[in-house]
Design a protein around this ligand. Structure first.
Ligand SMILES: [Ca+2]
Ligand SMILES: [Ca+2]
Ligand SMILES: [Ca+2]
Length: 584
């Protein structure tokens, strides 16, 4: 819902101030306040429990011992397959597909398959701008779909890889039924090759390869196993600044024939048995030429990696049968660690598990950071954009898509179908111990929320409702408990609610939640302070799954009024599920 986020530029703000003077007498002569507005979910921080299954091939990490979701997150667009690459110009560039970005649609299934590309502008993961750059055709035949995977922008050249998918039984349908089970793209086809752009995605030169003559000459037969399946570039920082040797690295998922632990959909778009590693010096000439690639062929007797030009000598980077799947890797430069993210999405349409491992070397050995059962509960295409790793390496953002089947219980809060970004902390053992002693704080019902101790009044209250429902610390209401919300009596634009304190309070943050029902929605409003200063407020999320958080320079006030200036058509009784007010 990137369209819900507004950063007030001075130009835009003066236009809005003009509007607010015209439309809203409350703002007449008032001092405008600069604010930053984002969506805020009720997400509590979560230290995601690590539950590695039996047979985990890794020792536990001693350096990164837990993944803590801080509750800060945002979601963008209505498409998936986001693998941002941090380019020299400071922007990130990513593929996308199967949905829409800025109103343009794209689907990678069927004979008319296309793949999209976008620019991701901004330094704050909460307020990014996604600029769609269009879509390109990519014929999938003889497979059923052709999707984006490895994408790298290096020295101004964008390398954009695509791979093919089919299904069990030789089917080219996205969903295929075997017995009582339906599999989504149950068979992973070849990685085809790279299309190349030398002008940041405006014009493209297609790969010289086809699904029948793919770059790595695998699978050996139609429907057979691949090893460099749906490969992704290791994220080595801005313009690959942390490459150990100037080469680009690719991690792919694969399996061997015969499979020691066979199953249906064993090696699909989101499942696999092993992870493989390849590298190449990236150039427009090299990128589609297999002879320019080297493949990791295990370690010699001294533990040194063996690199080979002979793909038949490739050996797994990770072998964890029936527990691998979509794989990405990022170099965390401050921690000097390679971070591997693998999503095991078997059986392809249900909940999915993501595990994270770390190593001092790109070739391993790996140590387990966390095994997150049911992350999402259906998070997939999980990666860690290097651009958003903090200076101390301990804060990062998990990027993923979620809930393509539309039937999942979302966890952590905020994920949905689109590009999801969740802030995480990579815990030290000390942080882990400290956290285990702290009780989670309710983000609304806590001592810092001074709305809870305010006197509250409103322009009107619907019969049998209570205005105090807006400051009871619970984001709730119709069709649930109506005691938990304020509903006006037949009002829309012009309705207001006021919080008043016994003594002046200094505040810098307000969160507003719409009534949770989908009949009423506030699409704009104004916050007014006791000195007459105002802040224009953008739309509240209709279903109240997130509030609108407004932050501003600390301001002392005796009271705070929120006045409705815009509503969704036909909103019968506008109101709020909750308003929270914080000193900081
Ligand atoms: Ca297997
Ligand atoms: Ca409430
Ligand atoms: Ca609503």
């Amino acid at each position: 819902m990137s369209e819900l986020k507004v950063i007030f530029s001075p130009l835009r703000f003066s236009a809005m101030l003009f509007l607010s003077i015209v439309l809203c007498s409350l703002a007449a002569g008032a001092e405008p306040i600069f604010s930053r507005q984002t969506e805020r979910s009720l997400a509590n921080p979560i230290l995601w429990p690590s539950k590695p299954p039996a047979g985990c091939p890794f020792e536990p990490s001693k350096d990164i011992v837990g993944i803590y979701f801080t509750g800060r997150h945002n979601e963008y667009t209505h498409a998936d397959t986001w693998y941002p690459s941090w380019a020299a110009d400071g922007n990130m560039y990513s593929p996308w597909t199967d949905g829409n970005v800025n109103g343009m649609g794209c689907s990678s299934a069927g004979p008319g398959a296309r793949t999209g590309q976008a620019k991701i502008v901004g330094d704050d993961p909460l307020t990014l701008e996604i600029v769609n750059l269009g879509t390109e055709t990519a014929a999938p035949a003889p497979y059923g779909g052709r999707y984006p995977c490895g994408s790298l922008v290096y020295n101004g050249i964008w390398y954009y890889g695509t791979y093919c998918l089919m299904n069990e039984g030789g089917s080219i349908a996205a969903d295929f039924k075997v017995g009582d089970d339906v599999y989504n793209w149950g068979v992973l086809g070849p990685f085809v090759g790279f299309r190349v752009s030398k002008d940041y995605g405006r014009h493209w030169t297609d790969t010289t390869h086809t699904p029948e003559k793919p770059l790595f000459n695998e699978p050996a037969r139609f429907g057979g196993k691949v090893k460099i399946g749906a490969p992704h570039f290791v994220d080595l920082g801005k313009n690959m600044e942390h490459s150990p040797d100037g080469k680009a690295y690719l991690v792919g998922m694969g399996a061997v024939d015969p499979d020691p632990k066979p199953r249906l959909a064993n090696l699909s778009w989101i499942t696999g048995d092993e992870v493989y590693l390849a590298r190449v010096t990236p150039s427009a000439e090299n990128i589609n030429d297999m002879s320019k690639y080297e493949f990791l062929g295990g370690q010699d007797k001294d533990g040194k990696p063996i690199w080979t030009n002979d793909i038949s000598r490739i050996k797994p980077l990770v072998d964890w049968n029936n527990t691998c799947g979509c794989v990405t890797m990022t170099y965390n430069a401050p921690l000097r660690k390679y971070i591997l993210c693998v999503t095991d999405g078997w059986p392809t349409r249900g909940t999915m598990n993501t595990w994270i491992a770390e190593s001092d070397q790109i070739t391993g050995p790996w140590k387990l950071v966390v095994f997150m059962e049911k992350l999402g509960a259906q998070a997939y295409f999980v990666n860690i954009p290097s651009k958003f790793i903090s200076g101390d390496g301990r804060t990062a953002w998990l990027c993923y898509a979620n809930n393509f089947t539309g039937n999942q219980k979302i966890n952590p809060a905020g994920g949905r179908y689109g590009m999801c970004l969740q802030e995480i902390n990579l815990f030290t053992p000390e942080q882990y111990d400290e956290y285990s002693k702290i009780k989670p704080v309710d983000p609304v019902k806590n001592d810092q929320n001074i709305a809870l101790k305010a006197k509250v009044t409103a322009s009107s209250v619907y019969p049998k409702y209570h205005v105090e429902g807006a400051i009871d610390g619970v984001v709730g209401g119709f069709p649930g408990n109506t005691d938990n919300e304020w509903a006006s009596k037949g009002e829309n634009v012009g309705a207001w609610i006021r919080l008043e304190w016994d003594a002046p309070e200094t505040i810098s943050r307000v969160i507003l939640w719409d009534r949770a029902n989908n009949l009423d929605q506030i699409t704009s409003g104004v916050l007014t302070f006791s000195d007459g200063a105002t802040i224009r407020v953008g739309p509240l999320r209709d279903d109240a799954t997130a509030g609108r958080e407004i932050t501003f320079a600390p301001r002392t006030t005796r009271w705070l009024t929120f006045t409705v200036t815009g509503v969704k058509p036909k909103s019968p009784n506008i109101g709020l599920a909750e308003i929270a007010v914080f000193k900081k």
